[in-house]
Design a protein around this ligand. Structure first.
Ligand SMILES: Nc1ncnc2c1ncn2[C@@H]1O[C@H](COP(=O)(O)OP(=O)(O)OP(=O)(O)O)[C@@H](O)[C@H]1O
Ligand SMILES: [Mg+2]
Length: 238
């Protein structure tokens, strides 16, 4: 069976600077895959290539179809939701207005959307309490929850998460990761999880890739990477 998302020898960069030097990876339907690596390894750049923010060489396929020359909004339309580095929520809008941005392209009717709102509020009750407040009043953890909730409302088949744990207290991170896991299992939504917190990411995922200066240095089952002393020391920093 072919994967839901496949990158084959992807090369890209910014202007004359090449950053990815031939990255290949796969995310199976309904799976959770980690993309790890040090600062500047190219993790965010990989997500930008997938979401149409950068031109690339090689091949990126989603559900068997090439994403070449597709615009970001069409990529969202095929079922890829991106929770970017720094969360990407609009702090000048309310919580509710941010959530509406997640659902605004849906064509499956108000009842279905309302049902998904209820589910999202079950996952993140604090967003229901704060729904009419400005998103700028939320804590860092709550803003991350809002970004994930908005992505859930897009009804994705794949969610790309760029360092969801960054800057958050360990307990908040735990609860966010638990919710992502529940969502993955309940809705069969695949996840590509970019993290610097390798230990946590390997616990969540079934497979993992470690990027080193724009190349895949190590790949394998998460459990194996976790148990491999030399991989841990050389690439994962714990
Ligand atoms: N907009 C940009 N213009 C030019 N170079 C960039 C740009 N964004 C990133 N880079 C460079 O590309 C390389 C990869 O950066 P990228 O942001 O993909 O790394 P990362 O693995 O996400 O790192 P981090 O863990 O710090 O988020 C770095 O050398 C970085 O300086
Ligand atoms: Mg990054």
């Amino acid at each position: 069976m072919s994967a839901l998302l496949e990158l084959e020898d992807v090369r890209c960069g910014y202007g004359p600077t090449s950053v990815l030097h031939g990255v290949s990876l796969a995310v199976p339907e309904g799976g959770i895959v980690s993309l790890l690596g040090a600062n500047g390894a190219g993790k965010t750049t990989t997500l930008r290539a997938i979401t149409g923010g950068l031109r690339w060489l090689g091949e990126i396929r989603f559900a068997g179809r090439s994403l070449r020359r597709m615009h970001t909004e069409d990529i969202v339309g095929v079922g890829i939701a991106h929770v970017p580095e720094g969360r990407g929520i609009l702090t000048e809008l309310t919580v509710d207005e941010n959530l509406k941005l997640g659902a605004h392209r849906r064509k499956d009717g108000a009842t279905a959307v309302r049902k998904d709102y209820d589910r999202v509020f079950e996952y993140f009750p604090v967003l229901r309490e704060r729904r009419n407040l400005s998103a700028s009043t939320l804590s860092g953890g709550e803003q991350q929850m809002l970004a994930i909730a908005r992505a859930m409302l897009m009804q994705p088949r794949l969610m790309l998460l760029d360092e969801p744990s960054l800057g958050l207290a360990p307990l908040v991170v735990r609860s966010i990761f638990e919710i992502i896991r529940t969502f993955n299992q309940a809705d069969h939504v695949a996840v590509l999880l970019v993290e610097q917190n390798a230990r946590l990411a390997l616990e969540m995922s079934t497979d993992a890739y470690v990027l080193e200066v724009g190349r895949v240095a190590v790949k394998g089952a998460s459990a194996e990477l976790k148990g491999n002393e030399s991989v841990r020391r050389s690439y994962l920093g714990y």
